[in-house]
Every structure is written in C-alpha cells, then in structure tokens.
Design a protein around this ligand. Structure first.
Ligand code: SAM
Ligand code: SF4
Ligand code: SF4
Length: 365
C-alpha cells in the first residue's frame, strides 16, 4: 500500500468563526434534520498498542507517525468542562474511546470526574468505554469504582493466529478474553463484545464467536466493515452484510428481533430463541441509520466532529483555553449542532463523498 499519511494534527478546522446561537437552558436543540444531541463520544488518545489492519495499518502508523504530543491533548478538567456543557445541551450518554483509551494515564480519574455529571433532570449519565481489552484485567476494578457503567470490548477472532494477524500485535486472544471476564466480574456488565467482520478474512470466526459467547451473559455485536478514514484501503467487496451474518447464525441458532432500547440505538438487537442470550448487528454500510443519529464526537485535542466520516472539525480547545465562559461554550456547541446536516452513510459512494476522512484511531468508534 502506498503511504498516505492523513495526519491527526493536520485535520482541518472548519474555517471562520465558530457558529453561535443564543441558546437558553431548557430550549430544545436539534440539527437541520431534527436530530437532538444525545450522545458524546470522547476520544482521549490517538495512540494504541494494537495495529488492527482495518484501523491503524502499520505501514502508515509506524514509528515515524506524528502522534499528538501530550500538551495538545485536552486535560481531564477541560474534557469534563466540555462534557458538562454538552450535558446541559441534552447529552445523556458519554463513551470514552480512542485510540486505546486505557493507555491514557489515570483514565479512571477522568471517569470519576465525568461520573459526577448529571442531566438537567438530575439523572446520572450513561458512562461507558470502548477498549481492545488488553489492560482491562488491570483497570476494571478502578474503572468500576470510579463510576463507569459498562464496557465494550473489541474482539475480531478467537483463532489465536488470526487474532494476532488482525490486531498486528503480540497480545494473545486469551488476554482479551480474560479482560472481558475481569470486566464482568466487577459488574461492568453486560459486557458488549464488538467484532468487525471482513469478508474472506475473519467471517469464518462468526460461528466460533457465537458459540463461545452464547450463555455467557455478554452481548456479541457484529459490525459491518466500514470505510472510515483514508488508510485502510476499504473495499465494498469485503463487506459481509448484517443480513448475511444473521442468516448464518440463525441457520444454527434461530433468532427473534428485540425491540430497540431507545431511538437512535446503533445496533439492531436479536435474541436466541433458546434463551442463550442476545446479539446485535451494526449495519452502517448496508442499512444506514443516519436518520436517528444523535452522536457528536470530540477528538483528543478538543475538536468537535458531527459525523464519524467527517473531514473537518470545530476547534473547541482554543475557546476553552482562551477564557470563554460556559455560556459561550454552550452557545457555540449549540450553534455547531444547529447547522448539522451530516448523513454520510446514506449518501456513501455518491458524488462528493470520496474525500479524505478522519481516522477511526483519532476519533474513536
Ligand atoms: N481501541 C479501542 C477498541 O478497539 O475497542 C477503541 C477505539 S476503536 C477505533 C473503536 C471501534 O472501532 C472498535 O470496536 C473497532 O473494531 C472499530 N473499528 C475500527 N475501524 C473500523 C472499521 N474500518 N470498520 C468498522 N469498525 C471499525
Ligand atoms: Fe487500536 Fe482499537 Fe484501532 Fe484496533 S480498532 S488499532 S485496538 S484503536
Ligand atoms: Fe451518524 Fe455520520 Fe454514522 Fe450517519 S454516517 S450514522 S450521520 S456518524
């Protein structure tokens, strides 16, 4: 593969003044498609101890790659401040992600700070984290004690050789499986296990994963391989659709649909008819769900993105560091959200959508 570096620190900002509206507490906030802001995903680092081939191919994310220096990253206080303002605007759910979020030093301190936040109605947030699981055994107890509610662990194969090949690491699959059990043991449950399926590469792992996680209490979720970023050489022919996955699984273990928990839920939920538990499919490619998308994403250095496939972010860090008040910050985030029209997955492949996009390892899943 040719080396195309789409540098995190080179991600362009939206040009000009940050949008602003005079937002008042209690006022409804929706984007141009009437979608509220409910979910904030915060990427706390662009670094990772894996080099999953579909996310951080080693040819690109090598020793020369310009990862962000620590001074560029928002501090825990700055992250918490933006989160508090976003919660005032309607955010009910916060997910920490990365890169690998457990690599960020003292991440449990950030969890403890975010766990103090309450919605305007006085409810605690749904506070979760997505991880590759390698450090979970070490961190699960501290995360739980700090107030984390649940974790999602990524695992693409049970076969040890294939796992090491896909994650391009020396970490064994048993370490991740042990991390999942450690999370469940301390009550970060149910654990969701995310498997990205690449046709011809790991689709033969679907049934072993199904058999392994049935009756475990963990919720296995199958993710269609997506064209995030600009470095993984994505090709539609490598996408196994959610429908095809469900057909394979249902042929051996009959399934029935489960009602979504809430509007905007990403995974389509299914349960085994024999009572062995629940699974999910995330069909961003074959069956886009932009119509209900209520997610904003913040990068490690405080840029706000309105879509996983965005190519530009809104720089909140300058505002945060230049002494702007919380009311100003709220007005700017509200102004940014009000102008949002993103629906990339619905228009994938059409004119104007084949531009460079932010990397998944920078903005998180
Ligand atoms: N490092 C953590 C992890 O792997 O769980 C958190 C960040 S990772 C970017 C978040 C999620 O994005 C993971 O579940 C990963 O499998 C998923 N992901 C990354 N690249 C993807 C792609 N091209 N298509 C679908 N999912 C992808
Ligand atoms: Fe790291 Fe997660 Fe990307 Fe894999 S998917 S390279 S674990 S950030
Ligand atoms: Fe939301 Fe963008 Fe994904 Fe559509 S493509 S669901 S707008 S993040």
């Amino acid at each position: 593969m040719s080396k195309v570096i789409f540098m995190a620190k080179g991600v362009p900002d939206v040009q000009g003044e940050l949008p602003y509206v005079d937002w008042q507490p209690g006022q409804a906030l929706v984007d141009t498609r009437q979608r509220p802001l409910r979910d904030l995903r915060i990427s706390v680092t662009d670094r990772c101890n894996f080099r999953c081939t579909y996310c951080m191919p080693r040819e690109v994310f090598d020793t020369d790659y310009p990862f962000m220096p620590h001074s560029s990253l928002l501090s825990f206080e700055e992250i918490t401040r933006v989160a508090r303002v976003a919660v005032g605007l309607g955010v009910q759910k916060i997910r920490l992600t990365g890169g690998e979020p457990l690599l960020r030093k003292d991440i449990e301190k950030l969890v403890a700070m975010l766990a103090q936040l309450k919605t305007p109605e006085g409810k605690p947030l749904e506070l979760t984290l997505t991880t590759n699981g390698t450090l979970l055994r070490k961190k699960a107890r501290a995360l739980k004690d700090a107030g984390l509610k649940r974790v999602t662990v990524s695992l693409d194969a049970l076969d040890p050789t294939l796992f090491e090949r896909m994650s391009d690491s020396q970490v064994s699959v048993d370490t991740v499986l042990d991390g999942i059990e450690a999370a469940a043991d301390v009550g970060l449950a149910p654990v969701k296990v995310n498997m990205v399926v690449r046709k011809g590469l790991n689709d033969d792992q679907i049934m072993p994963m199904v058999r392994h996680f049935r009756h475990s209490g963990h919720i296995l979720r199958f993710i269609e391989y997506m064209d995030v970023g600009s470095t993984n050489g994505w090709d539609l022919s490598e996408v196994l659709t959610g429908r095809e996955m469900l057909d394979r699984i249902g042929a051996e273990f009959p399934l029935a649909p489960v009602q979504a928990d809430y509007v905007g839920e990403v995974a389509e939920r299914w349960r085994y008819l024999d009572g062995a538990g629940e699974i999910g499919v995330i069909t961003s490619v074959s069956h886009p769900f932009c119509g209900d998308c209520s997610r904003a994403r913040m990068s490690p250095e405080g840029k706000l993105f309105l879509c996983l496939f965005a190519d530009q972010g809104y720089d909140l860090r300058t505002l945060v560091r230049s002494g702007g008040s919380d009311a100003e910050l709220a007005g700017h985030i509200a102004g940014i959200w009000t102008g949002r029209a993103d629906r990339y997955s619905e228009v994938r492949g059409k004119a104007g959508t084949t531009r460079a996009k932010i990397e998944m390892s920078y903005i998180g899943g």
